[in-house]
Each structure stands twice: as structure tokens, then as C-alpha cells.
Ligand binder design. Structure first.
Ligand SMILES: [Zn+2]
Length: 79
């Protein structure tokens, strides 16, 4: 009998979360982590591609002769 109740409780929580409900003791850690990630994303420096103007992060950018390019293709076009 307790097993059926447990399944019912899990199904209830799953349904509650499915419809956008928040379970504080389950969601707190994840939420804090996500906020840290998005803050990091905002701080991250971006540059626009010298050819097509696409914004790329410093990490993904290709830098050639002080110009920033989003991809090898754009770097080839610039030559
Ligand atoms: Zn480009």
C-alpha cells in the first residue's frame, strides 16, 4: 500500500512541476547555478565579425591582424 502512495506522490510532484510549479527544496540549487551561468554570459566579452557583423564571444572569435572573424569562411572573404 505505501508503495502505491509513494508512486502517487511522485506523480503528483511531477505533474505539479510539469505545470510550472516550483518545489523550493528541489529547485533552489539549480536556480542559483543557472543565475550564475547567465551572469557569466553577460560579462563575457563579445566582438562583432569584421565581415558579416555576427557577434561572437572572445572564446569563439578568430582574430587575424587585429580584426575579429566569426568563422574561417569570413576570414577567407576578408583576405
Ligand atoms: Zn562573419
Amino acid at each position: 500500500m505505501w508503495f502505491k502512495l509513494l508512486i502517487l506522490a511522485i506523480a503528483g510532484v511531477a505533474l505539479y512541476r510539469f505545470f510550472g510549479g516550483k518545489v523550493p527544496f528541489l529547485d533552489n540549487d539549480k536556480k542559483e547555478q543557472r543565475e550564475e551561468e547567465s551572469d557569466f554570459g553577460k560579462i563575457e566579452a563579445t566582438s562583432s565579425c569584421a565581415v558579416c557583423g555576427t557577434y561572437v564571444t572572445e572564446e569563439d572569435a578568430l582574430i587575424h591582424k587585429k580584426n575579429t572573424y566569426c568563422s574561417i569562411e569570413c576570414l577567407e572573404k576578408a583576405k
